[in-house]
Ligand binder design. Structure first.
Ligand code: TYM
Length: 334
């Protein structure tokens, strides 16, 4: 029996992943290698839906890939590659775009949020079609499951709809994938405004903890995290979003349940909780940081690993595209 296939992607739009990316997605990516056939990509094509400086994009793509390997993706067990090095993604995207309703694409909330920020008139068409490219990323590998955070749920629903629509119109072609979302870590929130998700685009640096951040800076940010005034260490998303977020991060990184943490810190106040959490976070990221630096010190080898990943990805993607071309009625590519 072949193992079920997992596909996911992450954007290279910052100098480091943050704790939301790590807990909401990346940690599951690593764990799923034990039970699934895993394919992961750095989605540079998605990154250019908003303006990027070429040299910075190139650097951040390598930093992203290095962090993936450093966090535990094993090139012998996973296919890890850069999206733009597998041109079949954009080829399939066009076909899927022709099956997507304009109104349907207009309802995507991430597009609405992002375009509202830049002004609807200056938002690119690429930003508009972003979720269709994401659907192509997933469907081209016949993925069964897609490990992501809560913010990607709507894009996965579109992906399922497009797979079903294509299958209905042209005959069974795509696997209809499901989301793999762990509720405890699906939405890590901002340290300064714990009612919004932690995000590189919608927050001040004080609200975000980066995986590659200096220990001193991690400690300072956690100590200054916004909580509340009742002083009780207890998870309650509505009434105590700040403390709840800290407990969730603590629990996810230490393996201790939120209930056990509540009991252990009952009566000790937020200062003690924050101090201990800071050490848990620093310890969790120390090795990733060190390994990332090592990988980046040998760019040639890193590029070679990615070229190898892209070659393996292209074999799978090419086979799907041949199937798609035939179903749609295109002549064979060669
Ligand atoms: P991106 O690059 O914004 O984020 C990468 C992953 O991190 C998750 N995430 C979070 N999880 C919990 N709490 C948070 N605060 C938080 N912030 C981010 C995201 O849900 C995501 O899983 N569109 C995708 C990239 C993509 C993709 C794909 C994903 C492109 N193609 C195919 C899956 C499959 C994105 O922008 O993720």
């Amino acid at each position: 029996m072949p193992r079920p296939r997992v596909l996911s992607g992450i954007q290279p739009t910052a100098d480091s992943f943050h704790v939301g990316n790590y807990l909401g997605a990346l940690r599951q990516w690593v764990a799923l290698q034990d039970t699934h056939d895993t394919v992961y990509c750095v989605v540079d094509l998605h990154a250019i839906t908003v303006p990027q400086k070429p040299a910075e994009l190139r650097r951040r793509t390598r930093v992203a890939a290095a962090q993936l390997f450093a966090a535990g993706l094993d090139p012998d067990r996973s296919i890890v590659f850069v999206q733009s090095q597998v041109p079949e993604h954009t080829e399939l995207e066009w076909v899927l775009a022709c099956l997507t309703g304009f109104g349907e694409a207009s309802r995507m909330t991430q597009f609405k949020d992002k375009s509202a920020k830049s002004g609807a008139d200056t938002a690119s068409v690429g930003l508009f079609t972003y979720p269709i490219l994401q659907a192509a990323d997933i469907l081209i590998y016949d993925a069964d499951q897609v490990p992501v955070g809560e913010d990607q749920r709507q894009h996965l629903e579109l992906t399922r709809d497009l797979a079903q629509r294509f299958n209905h119109r042209f005959g069974p072609t795509f696997v209809v994938p499901g989301p793999y979302i762990l509720p405890e870590v699906a939405k890590i929130t901002d340290l300064q405004d714990p009612t919004i998700k932690m995000s590189k685009s919608s927050s001040s640096p004080q609200g975000i903890i980066d995986v590659l951040e200096e220990p001193g800076s991690i400690r300072r940010k956690i100590m200054r995290a916004v909580t509340d005034t009742d002083g009780e260490v207890r998870a309650d998303e509505e009434a105590k979003p700040g403390v709840t977020n800290l407990l969730r991060i603590y629990s996810a990184l230490s393996g201790e349940t939120v209930g056990s943490l509540e009991r252990r810190y009952a009566g000790s106040g937020y200062g003690v909780l924050k101090k201990d959490l800071a050490e848990v976070v620093v310890d969790a990221f120390a090795l990733i940081r060190e390994r990332t630096e090592k990988l980046l010190a040998n760019e040639g080898e890193l590029d070679r690993m990615l070229a190898d990943g892209a070659a393996r990805a292209r074999e799978l993607a090419g086979a799907t595209m041949a199937r798609v071309r035939d179903r749609v009625g295109f002549l064979p590519a060669n």
